[in-house]
Design a protein around this ligand. Structure first.
Ligand SMILES: NC(=O)c1ccc[n+]([C@@H]2O[C@H](COP(=O)([O-])OP(=O)(O)OC[C@H]3O[C@@H](n4cnc5c(N)ncnc54)[C@H](O)[C@@H]3O)[C@@H](O)[C@H]2O)c1
Length: 446
């Protein structure tokens, strides 16, 4: 494969860049989003709402059909928001990647999980990029949004896209822009979360900035794809390590008999130099437990051990075990062994008010309790059923807590009736301080 060349950053704007700029400014640019999940679908909606013709691509036919029926499967996108965009023809979805040949821009929003060995799994990005490369043509702007290690855009995507004689920044344009969406957050959504973007060349960055600024409130250009990739990893590593720290503080407070929640609330009154993080049953979701390991994998190759990441990963990984110990102690206090006890979990999503169970610590807690011989049930208004080792488990109504020997609050959904829960349960382990302010001997707090 020929080495892709980069355009001279000080030169005048290339003709294809000017052409694309005009299409973006006039919203005539044909936009594609590859991967219509928690990240891709909200982005498609914002861009279609800004007046672009958007085509969403997914390998899941079920998802593309639902988009075309304006039937949303993503919590932050209502079907009512999809309907006018689908009816006007501004948003359509397909599994047919040949449509890419008609497009001017593509955002890649596919999963980036870890392999069992905790190495990055780049197979989704590579598969998406292979499809794009088949139908790629001069003048296109490609933006990777999937969270990944620094260097991915220039080292993995660029060689896959650049055809002999094609120069990035002159014949086509490449950027990385980290997605920062926070599912279930009513205040910050795709449109008002500032968008960082870095291109392979300054012309690429400028086109990326122009593109997003048509639909999003604030765009933050940075000097390279690597900086943009690292921004996301800093943000998520910061969160993961601070959660690890506060989880360790919670373990310490538990050992010496101090209420960690009261400590955090009082510390948070300091108007500078402190930011509250809260302990919990462990990390979940597609980002915080995973992304920092993309960074540690990359830096290990450069001879740097990411010791903070490894340590926080270890402490956070211990939290489901700590919760199980709490349950065991609580049951001991009423002279019941875990074996044979009925334990009811409140909330299995990885965080409040969402339906996502990926990496949820509830799954670990449920499995650990089962292995100790307990019978485990759950309630979660957002998760009607759950796949657990050995088959599917169906959600129970909240009233089922009354029949349990111990209830464990794992996810503090706001729709749960906590007052009724305290009345009906005989014993509660609260891992989220959801019962803050309620005084009862039934309650054991993390
Ligand atoms: N969910 C979040 O809160 C969040 C936040 C910030 C960043 N991210 C990052 O964004 C990326 C996407 O995450 P997500 O939560 O939207 O994942 P998701 O699983 O919800 O969606 C990804 C979609 O891509 C589709 N897909 C897989 N391979 C494909 C291919 N080759 N071609 C087309 N479609 C394909 C899947 O079917 C799925 O619909 C990840 O890198 C993630 O780390 C996620």
């Amino acid at each position: 494969m020929t080495e892709p060349r980069h355009s001279n950053p000080s030169g005048s704007k290339p003709a294809l860049a000017k052409e694309l700029e005009n299409k973006i400014r006039s919203r005539r640019a044909q936009v594609g989003i590859v991967g219509l999940g928690y990240v891709g679908l909200p982005l498609a909606v914002e861009l279609a709402g800004a007046g672009f013709h958007v085509t969403g691509f997914d390998v899941s036919q079920a998802k593309t059909e639902r988009v075309n029926l304006a039937d949303s499967y993503v919590g932050d996108v209502s079907s009512e928001a999809l309907a006018p965009l689908v009816e006007s023809g501004n948003l359509r979805a397909t599994t047919d990647f040949s449509v890419i040949q008609e497009l001017d821009t593509i955002n890649i929003c596919v999963p980036t999980p870890l392999r069992k060995t905790k190495d990055p799994d780049m197979s989704y990005i590579q598969a998406a990029c292979q499809e794009i490369a088949k139908y790629f043509h001069p003048g296109m702007l490609i933006i990777l949004e999937s969270t990944t290690y620094p260097g991915t855009t220039d080292e993995v995507l660029l060689p896959m896209l650049a055809q002999p004689g094609m120069e990035v920044g002159r014949d086509f344009f490449l950027c990385f822009s980290p997605e920062r969406v926070d599912p279930g957050n009513p205040q910050f959504q795709t449109s008002n979360i500032p968008k960082v973007v870095g291109g392979t060349t300054p012309v690429c960055t400028e086109l990326g900035r122009l593109f997003y600024s048509q639909a999003l409130q604030k765009v933050v250009p940075v000097s390279s794809t690597r900086v943009a990739e690292m921004v996301k990893l800093l943000e998520n590593t910061f969160r993961m390590i601070n959660i690890g720290l506060v989880n360790e503080i919670a373990l310490m407070c538990d050992r010496i008999g101090i209420n960690v929640w009261e400590v955090i609330d009082a510390a948070a009154t300091k108007p500078f130099g402190f930011m509250p993080f809260y302990p919990g049953p462990g990390l979940g979701g597609h980002c915080i437990p995973i992304d920092p390991f993309y960074l540690s994998w990359k830096t290990k190759q450069a001879g740097i051990e990411a010791r903070f990441i490894e340590l926080a990963g270890y402490i956070n990984g211990q939290m489901p075990h700590f919760v199980v110990d709490k349950v065991r102690d609580a049951l001991n206090g009423v002279a019941k062994p875990v074996r044979g006890s009925r334990i009811h979990i409140m909330g299995v999503a990885y965080k409040r008010n969402i339906d996502d169970v990926r990496e949820s610590p509830a799954l670990d807690v449920m499995l650990l309790l089962r292995r100790l011989g307990a019978t485990v049930s759950y309630s979660d208004p957002h998760v009607p059923s759950l796949h657990l080792e050995g088959g599917n488990v169906v959600a129970q109504p909240e009233e089922a807590a009354a029949a349990a020997d111990c209830v464990v609050i794992i996810t503090d959904h706001s729709t749960f009736n906590y007052k009724a829960l305290v009345e009906r349960a005989v014993l509660i382990v609260d891992t989220r301080n959801a019962l803050k302010g309620i005084v009862s001997e039934k309650i054991v707090r993390l």
